[in-house]
Design a protein around this ligand. Structure first.
Ligand code: COI
Length: 352
């Protein structure tokens, strides 16, 4: 029998209309967080408590040996005023795949769902009302042993907290195709959502930003030839009317938004290919005028049009802004489902 979740409400809510409606992505947090600890082979002490700092030993496993990862998805205020989460159980499934990759214990589905639903109910007034607004949900899971031994921790903490905001990128992005650094390598952790994958990408992103790009276009680790991801998102290109995205071959993240986009494209009868696509193919198509669009696909940004790819000292401009293009159509379709403006025929929404 799982123990009930205890709830300690804040006496001092920080909620204001301005914070809820105008916070940029990932800068402010709602009043509460869900916390549960793993110890002696069991998950214990599931609780909702006021959002705030946590005390950790300087020897905490996650800080030294990287047993740490996160997830991300969103809650939306639907057209009829209710609150719905978009595909959270797909994130739970990926969470347990990442946990297995980092030798961390499985998090039971019911614990995840019950904690999540209780948290969103507790902070439901934080879900933005404005068009395009959402409450971004950030689960984070990490090893908490107080030990310098290099081994999987015996104690863990799982936390969910939330952050009101708008889309991650407002403008089309410029990316620099990256040939020095790689994000992932076969047999590595590229298909898991480990904290280390993001840490390892920061220098390349910083160097690209110093040259005026928003982030890098990651190429494969072996040949630096095939597209992998666009910054922290999956990537899709439209060549000659065909939607092409790299396959889930072990080095790219199986994005939930990527999967949703592929489902919608296939249902609409679009030509879709999950296959390796090289930078040469993309740039040749750009020169021939057959690269119609390129975009990132991720939870935070949903669809982020790519306006330019920099490669070996040259910038290749890509059309953006077509209202009938794939990017715009996908974004409209996905948001229509998320805000329940159309029937949820895929059963993707979890109402709280
Ligand atoms: C996503 O949008 O899928 C992300 O994981 C972005 C997050 C790192 C801000």
């Amino acid at each position: 029998m799982p123990e009930p979740i205890t709830i300690v409400r804040t006496k001092d809510s920080r909620l204001t209309e301005d914070l809820r409606e105008n916070s940029p992505f990932g800068t402010n947090y709602s009043d509460h967080m869900f916390v549960v600890d793993y110890c002696d082979g069991q998950w214990r002490d599931a609780r909702i408590v006021p959002f705030g700092p946590m005390e950790l030993s300087p020897a905490t496993t996650a800080l030294h040996y990287g047993q740490s990862f996160f997830e991300g998805f969103k809650a939306h205020r639907t057209a009829d005023g209710r609150v719905a989460l978009f595909r959270p159980m797909a994130n739970h499934a990926r969470l347990n795949r990442t946990a297995a990759r980092l030798a961390m214990p499985e998090l039971p589905e019911s614990l995840f769902r019950d904690g999540l639903v209780e948290l969103i109910r507790t902070d439901r007034d934080w879900v933005p009302r404005r068009d395009g607004g959402s409450l971004y949900v950030r689960p984070v899971y990490f090893g908490t042993d107080d030990s310098l031994m290099v081994r999987p921790a015996s104690r863990y903490r799982f936390v969910i907290f939330t952050s009101p905001g708008g889309p991650y990128f407002a403008q089309p992005i410029r990316l620099l195709a990256e040939e020095t650094y790689v994000r992932a390598f076969p047999g590595g952790t590229g298909d898991a959502k480990t904290a280390g994958n993001y840490g390892g990408g920061l220098l390349a992103a910083k160097l690209a930003q110093a040259k005026g790009y928003a982030n890098v276009l990651w190429l494969d680790g072996k040949e630096r030839r095939f597209l992998e991801e666009s910054g922290v998102m999956n990537v899709m290109v439209i060549i000659n009317g065909v939607a092409i995205t790299p396959p889930l071959s072990g080095t790219i993240l199986p994005g939930v938004t990527r999967d949703s986009a592929l489902t919608l494209l296939r249902e609409s009868g679009a030509k879709v290919e999950e296959r390796p696509v090289s930078i040469d193919e993309v740039l040749s198509a750009q020169s021939a005028g057959t690269l119609h669009e390129a975009f990132g696909i991720g939870t935070a940004a949903i669809i982020a049009p790519i306006a330019c790819i920099g490669y070996r000292g040259k910038d290749y401009e890509i059309p953006t802004g077509s209202t009938t293009g794939f990017a715009q159509q996908l974004k409209s379709q996905l948001t229509a489902i998320q805000y329940a403006r159309v029937p949820d025929t895929h059963n993707w929404l979890l109402y709280v």
